[in-house]
Design a binder for this molecule. Sequence first.
Ligand SMILES: [Zn+2]
Length: 390
Amino acid sequence: MAAESAGLAMNRPGSASGEHRSGTRLVGHPPRPNPRWAPILVLLCGACGGEAGPGPGPASITVQPGADLVTAIGAEAQFTALVRDETGAIVTSAFVVWRSVDRSVVTIDPNEGLATAVGPGVTTIRASSGSVVGTALIEVYLEEPTGPFVAGETYFGRAEYVEYQAGNLPIIISAPHGGAVEPEEIADRTVGTGSPDANTEEVARRMAAAIATRTGGVPHLIISHLHRAKLDPNREIIEAAQGNPFAELAWNEYHRFLEVASIRVGQAWGSGLYADIHGHAHELQRLELGYLLTADQLALAPATLEGLAASSSIRAAANASDSTFVAVLRGPTSLGGLLEDEGYAVVPGPATPTPSGTPYFSGGYSTETHAERRQLICCPHRAAHGRHPR
Ligand SMILES: [Zn+2]
């Protein structure tokens, strides 16, 4: 996994920041002759008696990438052209000229295919060789999700792939894996799982609505509408977006919204609760509360488990409590205990303190990242079953 991820990163250096990216260089124009070799080239031509044989000319040009995105004025994007003749063979000697259809969006070096962002918008890049033309699209997108974020109002990232309902309560709810949008501009991910968590967007919305009804306040709600095959916001960006600039922007927006929410919670309340909602397809129909402690760790003797408070996502709650860490984790007044009182099967909780060898999710990237940064109390709440969460 690590090797594959590293390979993906190498294909698109700097792509996470929207800065200069260099695609894999295919066949563009012939290399410029080094002046020092010019006399030798002349001699070679003299030896062959003038022109090379005519050979088949360019019949098609494929520009890669077919669509690209940059997010800052002056940012660059490298395009390359693959020229083929009528038989489909690659024409290595073809001379390609590059042009930007709208130079108020990007300019492009006519020889090198390197585009530079000038202003917001979308335009076509043309690569021509004689009368044969290939095209690609480039978008300059400059809108950052900046505030003010008004509680109760909803904000979207580019193309509405990511949604943020701003809140005013010390509660953040996110649903990374319930999306269904599968845009063509994002190829399917090839590393990691693309299986969605069915109905988790609905669960997250109903939780937020129920909390609002009960309290009169508004929880922060962050939702990814992209299908997990296109983006997995609960992974680091390399596995999450796999080099696609549109998916990378959505990933950045998703975590930016989480960051905004956690900063606001911190400023207004000092600390708060973060629940990252997932589904599971495990046979046992129960809520799995993940606190970044593995099943093996939960199976440790209480005295030993007590020493793991600092590595748990609920360390902030443990620090603020007079109770022991184990009581905060799974005692009668823990989240698991309160859910048990409501009739839910839960692990860990007073009745089922450890998974005891049964499948269990302990939490993921978002919990680790945002609990660490903001001292949030994080508990990925896993619905009872991936396909039929309750
Ligand atoms: Zn999930």
